[in-house]
Ligand binder design. Structure first.
Ligand code: ADP
Length: 546
């Protein structure tokens, strides 16, 4: 146990001795005299926080001649914190047989009686609070209210889930003035992981941190400017305990408790309690996140099912109309004993074939997505010339482009050879070109291919509707679209599949765009393990150059 606090007070109220430990216990510097029969600013209180009447305080009782052997005293210090002290107050008799002085001896007590019960009550209350709403974050402010001022004068919660920016989600100070200042401080100078010491140590080490923050040296060390320093000084020096919000192996944030009495350190019991509370809070936050994600996935799936059924139904309507029409004609002509004209049959079959092709493309896309999700995208690599593949795809699109008055241009002066999977490579180029035709119909589309050392590049440039900057990254995700399905049909899978294939090749794909003026999709593929001389563009042509 700690060192003993030692205080000797004369009958007259003069304090003859007051050692350093007593300074810590009572939270005051050594006084010279009692004030109104009390140690300056200190009050003996009951467990419920109400002050003891003067004649019941240990000092008065001892001056009255009674040796007081304490169980545990609770003392309210000038800074508002409570100390739990085990101690004795012994009357010292003078020569006249009267009490001449009182000797007070104190020991700090780790946990106040009933602390264990109190901790379980707080944990239960915190659990009820966090469980009240599926949005656990909205409850964090209230959670801090459970802790302030019982355990600290102030508290804050900082969240930094993996891959997300740092956010201060709640802060509270028992003192109204400091509450405002703390808020202002955190708002104007939020924790900044890019600054040295800008993020509490607990995020780095994952271990509980004890710090005397906002002391003069600390202010000087971390202040970004004079305004920052001023705010920190005005909030005042605090002792700080930071505990990690850890759940399922990752640290989501930190709970920080502040104490204005920097001499009154957080004890082991309090640290254990706060760590447990932080852990439970982290679990609630993590569960809330999982729930949000699951709901979002269900929403996306429902939306996708809506679009998918609509897309699958669209080709079926003309297909079944054409077949019905032909059927009727067959019946009528048969009744009249006439043969069915071949051109009618051919016309119907043409529609049937086109719509069946469209349906199988949709179904293929869906199958690809399930293959990708299951990690079953297999590649069969062979030596290919990307320039020839591009030319072939453009050739396939020529009739459709001509129909919409879209000019197709190829800029691929030399072969660019690499090792890729032919069908998958064709699929990627097809997706990009078909999008360019779909979203840029009537305007020229240019396809360029070039080799740059170990990389092959393909760009598809159109002059169509373009893409808003905020959508550029999103459109490569599953089911993501940046157009209304009333104007353009589609499942939002083409670019997702494209990106997955390109990444399986070890390459990358991205887009740039000026909305309203067109988009450029750039594909970069490593050429793989091919003979050195083929890597040099404009040099030795590859095997498919003829
Ligand atoms: P889909 O075309 O079936 O919607 P994609 O995955 O191919 O699916 O494309 C996703 C989204 O990206 C499209 O819905 C569209 O908003 C946008 N997009 C793709 N290519 C282009 C382009 N060339 N010009 C403008 N927008 C495009």
């Amino acid at each position: 146990m700690g060192v003993e606090g030692f205080v000797l007070i004369e009958r007259t109220g003069n304090v003859l001795a007051f050692n350093t430990q007593a300074t810590l216990h009572f939270g005051i510097p050594a006084p010279t005299r009692l004030e109104h029969g009390r140690l300056p600013g200190c009050e003996w209180v009951r467990a419920d926080g109400t002050p003891l009447p003067p004649h019941e305080t240990p000092l008065e009782r001892a001056f009255a001649g009674e040796p007081v052997d304490a169980t545990v005293w609770e003392v309210l210090r000038p800074d508002g914190t409570r100390a739990f002290l085990r101690g004795t107050a012994v009357p010292v008799q003078g020569g006249d047989g009267q009490v001449a002085a009182v000797l007070l001896r104190t020991h700090g007590v780790e946990a106040p009686p009933g602390a264990v019960l109190e901790a379980s009550r707080l944990l239960a209350e915190a659990g009820a609070l966090l469980g009240e709403s599926v949005d656990a974050e909205s409850q964090l402010e209230l959670l801090l209210k459970l802790l302030v001022p019982t355990l600290g004068d102030g508290a804050l919660l900082i969240l930094k889930p993996p891959g997300e920016p740092v956010r201060v989600v709640a802060s509270l100070h028992a003192d109204e003035g400091r509450h405002g200042l703390l808020r202002e401080l955190l708002q104007r100078y939020p924790p900044d992981p890019s600054m040295p010491g800008g993020l509490p140590e607990v995020f780095v080490s994952g271990a509980v941190g004890r710090l005397c923050i906002m002391s003069e040296e600390h202010v000087a060390a971390i202040a970004q400017d004079t305004e920052h320093a001023r705010l920190m000084r005005e909030v005042g020096p605090h002792g700080c305990l930071s505990v990690p919000l850890g759940a399922r192996g990752s640290i989501l944030g930190a709970l920080m408790l502040l104490r204005s009495n920097v001499l009154h350190a957080f004890d082991a019991e309090e640290e254990r309690f706060l760590s447990e509370l932080a852990h439970r809070t982290a679990l609630y936050l993590e569960n809330a996140r999982l729930l949000r994600e699951a709901r979002e996935a269900v929403r996306q799936r429902d939306e996708f099912l809506g679009i998918a059924s609509h897309e699958l139904k669209t080709p079926l309507t003309p297909l079944s109309l054409k077949v019905q029409l032909l059927q009727k004609q067959v019946v009528v002509l048969a009744r009249e004993g006439k043969p069915v004209p071949t051109e009618r049959v051919a016309e119907t079959l043409d529609v049937v074939q086109r719509q069946v092709r469209r349906l199988s493309r949709l179904v293929d896309n869906l199958l690809d997505v399930s293959r990708i999700t299951a990690g079953r995208l297999r590649l069969e690599l062979e030596e290919l010339d990307l320039a020839s593949v591009a030319a072939e795809i453009l050739y396939r699109f020529a009739p459709a482009a001509a129909q919409h008055g879209t000019e197709l241009e190829l800029d691929a002066p030399v072969p660019v050879v690499g090792r890729w999977d032919r069908l998958r490579l064709e699929q990627v180029v097809t997706n990009l070109v078909s999008n360019a035709l779909k979203y840029g119909a009537g305007h020229p589309v240019v396809l360029s291919v070039e080799g740059q050392g170990p990389l092959a590049r393909l760009t598809v440039r159109d002059h169509g509707i373009g893409i808003e900057p905020q959508d550029l990254a999103r459109i490569f995700e599953r089911f993501e679209r940046a157009v209304s399905d009333r104007h353009y049909g589609g499942l939002g899978l083409g670019l997702y599949i494209t990106r997955q294939i390109v990444e399986a090749f070890g390459g990358k794909v991205g887009a740039t765009s000026v909305p309203g003026q067109g988009s450029t999709f750039l594909l970069e593929l490593p050429r793989g393990d091919i003979p050195e001389e083929w890597l040099i563009a404009h040099a030795a042509p590859g095997p498919t150059s003829d």
